[in-house]
Design a protein around this ligand. Structure first.
Ligand SMILES: Nc1ncnc2c1ncn2[C@@H]1O[C@H](COP(=O)(O)OP(=O)(O)OP(=O)(O)O)[C@@H](O)[C@H]1O
Ligand SMILES: [Mg+2]
Length: 337
């Protein structure tokens, strides 16, 4: 049994999976909105209470049985770099990362928790290379998340990053693809090659910015703006296209960043290009978001189904339907072995 806990700015999601042969089946899941601060936003433990009480309640209401959880650090707070070494052995890579990590991250190595994974060994390039993904997070941040889990009455088993989890639940295993988490506070962009994360980037433009844009452009309060955004989204025909007009410039910021990521990856990888983009997170549900991105990027853009690699009984599928994209990170975390 393994539980993924995704602590978002607006919502908390929890998923419990059971290992079944080579795959997984869904045991329990739940989602709840919260008005608290996330661990990275809070200055002291008092500020964590609203959040941790909400997590406790969700654990109970969703009937999650295990208390051992895996969590993800927000992409905005971690540093992910792809680095290339000459063809070293695994042990040599580990030692090179240890000694050289500081060059690649903007914080002192003794204040960071650093992990790495080998993406691929390329024997056909000159010179041959080993490509390594380096992930670093401030120790203080990790401690805050660990404390939040403890205050929620649970035990932390593993920490990774949001995009690592997303890639696990959504990325196809046999091609290069782009995976985007459209949350409330940030849009996080990953490129995965054959199911492995190779590029990541986070920008602070997402659901909250969209709501603000609608509110300012139409002169309505945030609640009304939120409703307009969810109901009309980027549709040109609804409300005389006014909501779309408000959203367009902000949406461009995100689509331009996706374009840049594709170009960067193409130039780095000399020709290899993501064949599709898969969307996750609440904002992925915005009307016409996926179809607009398809037009702007010229690749197929779809809303991901994080349960595609998990067996789910038919009744649960209907219940999950509208919310599925929200669960992508929690599912990916629970799939971690
Ligand atoms: N149907 C919809 N159309 C447009 N936006 C939506 C829709 N449903 C939810 N959202 C937006 O999705 C956001 C919440 O999504 P999600 O739960 O993925 O965010 P989060 O994980 O809490 O935030 P973050 O990951 O940025 O910390 C909110 O900004 C909300 O307005
Ligand atoms: Mg999120």
């Amino acid at each position: 049994m393994s539980v993924g806990l995704d602590i978002g700015t607006k919502t908390i999601k929890m998923v419990e999976l059971v290992k079944q042969g080579a795959g997984f089946s869904l045991r329990a899941s739940g989602i709840v909105g919260h008005k608290g601060k996330t661990p990275d936003q809070s200055k002291d433990e008092k500020e964590l209470v609203i959040l941790t009480e909400a997590i406790r309640k969700l654990h109970k209401d969703a009937k999650i049985s295990s208390k051992e959880v895996i969590i993800a650090l927000p992409e905005t707070q971690v540093y992910t770099r792809t680095i290339k070494f000459p063809l070293l052995t695994d042990a040599e890579v580990a030692s090179a990362v240890k000694w050289e990590a500081e060059q690649y991250i903007p914080i002192p190595a003794n204040e960071a928790i650093i992990q790495h994974q080998i993406v691929e060994r390329r024997e056909d390039t000159t010179p041959p290379q080993v490509v390594v993904l380096l992930v670093a997070a401030p120790k203080a941040l990790v401690e805050k998340y660990a404390r939040a889990v403890e205050m929620s009455g649970m035990n932390l088993t593993t920490i990774e990053t949001e995009l690592m989890a997303l890639v696990r639940s959504l990325a196809p295993m046999d091609q290069s693809s782009m995976i985007v988490d459209f949350g409330a506070r940030s849009s996080d962009i990953a490129i995965a090659k054959n199911g492995t994360l190779v590029f990541s980037r986070s920008i602070p433009t997402a659901g909250e910015a969209f709501t603000r844009a609608v509110s300012q452009f139409l002169g309505v309060d945030e609640t009304q703006a939120e409703e307009y955004k969810r109901t009309y989204g980027l549709s040109a025909t609804q409300l005389e296209g006014k909501v779309k007009q408000a959203l367009d410039p902000v949406f461009r910021v995100v689509s331009d960043e996706m374009k840049k990521a594709i170009h960067f990856y193409q130039s780095e990888e000399k020709g290899d290009s993501p064949t599709s983009a898969i969307l996750a997170g609440g904002t992925a549900g915005m009307p016409e978001a996926a179809s607009t991105l398809t037009k702007l990027l010229g690749i197929e853009v779809i809303v991901g189904n994080p349960f595609s690699k998990v067996s789910v009984d038919p009744q649960a599928v209907t219940q999950l339907a509208g919310y599925a994209p929200l669960y992508s990170i929690a599912v990916g975390l629970a799939m971690r072995e």
